[in-house]
Design a protein around this ligand. Sequence first.
Ligand code: NI
Length: 398
Amino acid sequence: MKNIKPLIAQILPSMIELRRDIHAYPEPGFQEFETSQKVLNQLRNISDIQIRKGIAGSGIVATIGGNKIGPCIALRGDMDCLPIQEKTNKPYASKRPGYMHACGHDGHTACLVGAALVLSKIQDELKGPVKFIFQPSEEFDGGAQRMYDAGALENPKVDAIFGLHCYPGHGLELGEVAACRGSAMAGSGNFKIIIQGKGGHAAYPHNCIDPIYIGMQVGNVLQSIVSRSTNPIASLVVTVSKFHAGTATNIIPDTAILEGTFRSLKPKLLKQAARQIELLAKQTAKAFGAVAHVEIQEGYPVLINDGKSTLLFERIARRVLGEEAVKENYAPLMGCEDFAYYAEQIPGTFWFLGIRPKGMTVYPHCHHPSFDFNDDALEIGITMHCEIARNFAALWNN
Ligand code: NI
């Protein structure tokens, strides 16, 4: 096998430039058309590549080695930004007010482009096709599901998919990587509870059915789902994050609205929580003579890493980055990630790329206005994408 280090060194300066260019012009979910064009401009330098663009809007699926008969691997990158006003003061900071790459998807995109450029130069080594999936809208409305529905994992059919996310905290430093075995990131759901009471004068509560008081009881009782009905060892969080009611101090309103989220690493617990939220809200309201209307909205599924592909990832990472660089038994995260949709369909591993420089104790967290992807991590991201892809066929069928 060729040493790919010099190939990566060759493209690294232009990948840093690409990353910063994407950073300066962030685009929110399903609107990543300029970003997508920047990716295409890079991929067009590759001679033997099949490109499908305009998938799920701005998505791209590019394939190299499409005629090879070995197992097919897909590498995935996300391209969308967040609705946050940037406060990094970097020279390449967002030029679009109210939007920024606060989750490192600019870095993920550059890592994937870099991998495509490098792997295209060692195509003779590949035993099977390698697919590069550039997807829109990871943050909202599940771009991954739309890519899947549009056939991103077909023609050629993908055997396993890998994706990375930069991670500044949680014990990971620059140069280190980790993949959770099994559940890696939480699945989620949202709820909205409308309590219909009977409004009136605030000095005559006995003539009213006070939806604010009842809403407070509902908010309280929902906390019993985690504390009283769930095994303390299991993971579940229920949070009421919105409570709106009332207009004036001397009026009891007709309605109160509570909204919130629930998350778990176990699909079964999500279903159970949804049922309990509805039951407890309705019964509590009923006990006070009010009616609760409950809407439950499903969010992303639990992201469950496949055992075989995760062991393969760890094996390659240890060989390439060193034993110490791979964190084992990495604790799962309660954030959500739409890579879960791919991993529901085929074996997949979603792994974390450390970006916090060694010795630095505090690095702005993802989704913070001071967050910025660390360009020093690009080389590791590109290296790991390439090494997973070129070793995949030999290890997968063993
Ligand atoms: Ni993200």
